[in-house]
Write a protein that binds this ligand. Structure first.
Ligand code: SF4
Length: 442
């Protein structure tokens, strides 16, 4: 059958969200039309995440719903679960016709041809591709902020992580192609760029220029029309001082760094194979804290990793107190296939993991209340991202990546979305700030 309408649901990280933008662009260029519900679509795609068990279960649950009701539709599983489970997906969900991991998306047009010709089992599971998934057809979801993948895959082997298995080894894009895409986006009116990769710090320009990440960051920040550059995510082992120096020198590079630590205990960092000690991590924090830019710092934490004792956990709480993160993502450990941690078992009871997670989140909440309240009275520039009509507020984001909702007395009914405005912070909660436009005060 020829499927010409499609529905795509995305799970997981920003890399997946951006991959989906490229998949959508590729499908539209082949004449497909995107629809809002799976019911209305002939081709139903799930771009999946397998970083946690829960995320993986979700996609099988979705597929299950259509086991009978999906007659006449073509189903495809993309992304990490596809790479991890491979052809086993056909056994678990026989109504699926396409299974493709992200390293094979360059072959998506050929896979679509096969599906359109009526093929029942199409796979793209090779990880040995040298190419990165650059497509001129990327359909971007946001008209002002654009994601650009600079490096795909990961060469680290953190004991809990499936990414090296699902996204393959590191492949960096040439600096020329990253700069060309950035310039093109600036010409189209994008003002904010977010550079993406599982570990952007290990970016290495494969062309003779041989730029490292700090150089690439600086050059993207120099492009005419680009007002903000962000990047995610960093690995502490590869996070060099030159990145902080680049931020110091160019205000267009946002003063926010996400530096995942995962644990405050050296014993746990060793078991997780994170390749740095707490002291080495704290050195990087010092660089960031000593910057004149007032860089906000956020992180990721895993609780309940195999072997984590109460003492290890207390060291993580102590790290929170020491660093004073502006925000964090916290997770309970869940074992994943293929990973080194699988052999360590998963002995910590679920209730204990929940207890640690709750304590951690409460501690962090108190820190955020304090950190955010320190901004009251300050004027911060926001990039306006949306409007909350019920509250009569605009939704802005600061360079430090805080949400700052604000009112504007003289907006004259015109949309402020996409604009950069100074806003005075008047109130602060644990997760966001509120304020008033300060445009007339400057
Ligand atoms: S650095 Fe570690 S956690 Fe991050 S993607 Fe690579 S293996 Fe996974």
């Amino acid at each position: 059958m020829t499927a010409k309408t499609f529905y795509l649901e995305t799970f997981g990280c920003q890399m997946n969200a951006h991959d989906s933008e490229k998949v959508v662009g590729t499908l539209l260029a082949r004449g497909y039309t995107q629809v809002e519900t799976p019911e209305a679509a002939e081709l139903v795609l799930y771009n999946t995440c397998s970083i946690r068990d829960k995320a993986e279960q979700k996609v099988f649950h979705r597929l299950q719903q259509f086991k009978r009701a999906g007659k006449g539709k073509v189903f495809g599983v993309l992304g990490c679960v596809a790479q991890q489970e491979g052809e086993k997906i056909f056994d678990k969900a026989p109504h699926v016709s396409l299974v493709a991991g992200s390293a094979s998306y360059t072959k998506l047009p050929e896979m679509l041809v096969q599906l359109e010709a009526g093929a029942r089992r199409v796979t793209g599971l090779s990880l040995d591709t040298e190419e990165t998934f650059d497509t001129p057809f990327t359909r971007r979801d946001n008209p002002h902020r654009a994601y650009i993948t600079i490096i795909e895959g990961c060469d680290k082997s953190c004991a809990y992580c499936v990414v090296p298995f699902t996204r393959g080894p590191e492949r960096s894009r040439t600096s020329a192609s990253v700069l060309a895409e950035s310039r093109q986006l600036a010409e189209l009116g994008y003002t904010e760029i977010q550079l993406l990769g599982q570990n952007v710090n290990s970016y290495r320009d494969p062309s003779p220029a041989g730029w490292d990440f700090a150089t690439l960051l600086t050059r993207v920040g120099e492009i005419q029309g680009i007002r903000r550059v962000r990047f995610t995510t960093s690995h502490p082992r590869d996070f060099g001082k030159s990145i902080v120096d680049a931020i110091d020198e160019n205000p267009r590079l946002c003063n926010h760094v996400h530096l995942p630590v995962q644990s405050g205990s050296d014993r746990m960092l060793g078991a997780m194979q994170r390749l740095y000690t707490r002291d080495q991590y704290m050195r990087r924090i010092e660089w960031l804290k000593n910057s004149p830019r007032n860089i906000s710092i956020t992180t990721d934490i895993i609780v309940g990793f195999p072997g984590e004792t109460e003492a290890d956990f207390l060291q993580t709480l102590d790290l929170l107190d020491q660093v004073q993160y502006d925000s964090l993502f916290s997770f309970k450990y869940s074992s994943r296939p293929n990973t080194a941690a699988l052999a360590m078992g998963d002995h910590i009871p679920e209730e204990e993991k929940t207890r640690r997670l709750t304590i951690l989140q409460e501690r962090q909440r108190a820190i955020q209340i304090q950190r955010n309240s320190e901004t009251i009275g300050a004027v911060q520039e926001v990039h306006v991202e949306g409007r909350n009509p019920s509250l009569g507020q605009w939704i802005g984001r600061t360079s430090q990546n805080r949400t700052l909702n604000f009112t504007c007395a003289d907006e004259n009914g015109e949309s402020l979305i996409g604009k950069y405005l100074p806003v005075r912070v008047t109130r602060a909660g644990p997760n966001s700030l509120a304020g008033e436009s300060a445009a007339n005060m400057l």
